[in-house]
Design a protein around this ligand. Structure first.
Ligand code: NAP
Length: 248
């Protein structure tokens, strides 16, 4: 079989970079996507040198909220089958004010960043997904399951409903669609400028295992769902949260 090809959005930092590194270490060729070219280039170089496979990781600079830019990803895929698509790009937008205009701007930005990025990238790559055997993985959040994030919680929850629909559409072609829902993960850019020692301690205390998650904790769950071994797992939400939210 050809080397497996994976596409990881938000692969330049945090969880996405850990996912990309894990998949490269497993023998995949990986495209990492994000808006900041210099961040992507540095991450691609680091992953290449840490795994000894510099040829296996390529960066594509793209704003995934912009339909016109997504063509760059299709060009980079260049007609190869995509084995693994990890829709990880996302982020939190703080509300600027509580006017209706401010609320509208905040919800639009949040939905664009967390939902539209995944929807557009998946639509663009859908024809290229490997049949049979393709894997689509969405990175949601514990905020979808327990609230607390206002528009962010709602946007991440939207991914869950969409994943069920997509899994039903792609299941007959032996493509799986699953959601990984991380709990609190330190060491990423997600909380930059928003975290306090008290906020950190509160989130750690909410886990059953008494620690923050790491990007590698999430990457390991993606590794499993992306693997051929997970072909009977689809339309599932996998909480990786140290027990902060109990499974149902
Ligand atoms: N850290 C946590 O505690 C936590 C918990 C639950 C869920 N999550 C979710 O996990 C995912 C990864 O977050 P993280 O913690 O690793 O934070 P992060 O380091 O901020 O990663 C987010 C990534 O998304 C990319 N991105 C954002 N908007 C984009 C756009 N329009 N087009 C292309 N790329 C875009 C960013 O790159 P550029 O800025 O260069 O575009 C960045 O690499 C996110 O979906 C986040 O919501 C995180």
């Amino acid at each position: 079989m050809d080397e497996r090809l994976a596409v990881v959005s938000g692969g330049g930092t945090g969880i996405g970079a850990a996912v990309a590194r894990t998949l490269v270490a497993d023998g995949c060729s990986v495209l990492v996507l994000g808006r900041r070219a210099e961040v992507l280039a540095a991450t691609a170089e680091r992953i290449g040198s840490e795994t000894g496979r510099p040829e296996a990781v390529r960066a594509v600079s793209v704003d995934l909220t912009d339909p016109e830019q997504i063509g760059r990803v299709v060009e980079a895929v260049d007609g190869r089958p995509v084995d693994v698509l990890v829709n990880n790009a996302g982020g939190f937008h703080s509300a600027q004010d509580d006017t209706l205009a401010g609320i509208a701007a905040n919800w639009r930005a949040t939905l664009d960043t967390n939902v539209l990025t995944a929807v557009l990238l998946t639509a663009a790559l859908r024809p290229a997904l490997r049949r049979p055997g393709g894997r689509v993985i969405l990175i949601s959040s514990i905020a979808a399951q327990r609230g607390g994030g206002d528009a962010y919680s709602a946007a991440k929850a939207a991914l869950h409903g969409w994943a069920y629909s997509l899994a039903a559409e792609l299941g007959p072609e032996q493509i799986t669609v699953n959601v990984v829902s991380p709990g609190y993960v330190a060491e990423t850019e997600f909380f930059v400028g928003r975290m306090t020692p008290e906020g950190h301690a509160k989130r750690v205390a909410a886990t059953l295992v008494g620690r923050a998650g790491t990007p590698d904790d999430i990457a390991e769950s993606v590794r499993y769902l992306a693997s051929p071994a997970a072909s009977f797992v689809t339309a599932q939400i996998l909480g990786v949260n140290g027990g902060s939210v109990l499974g149902r």
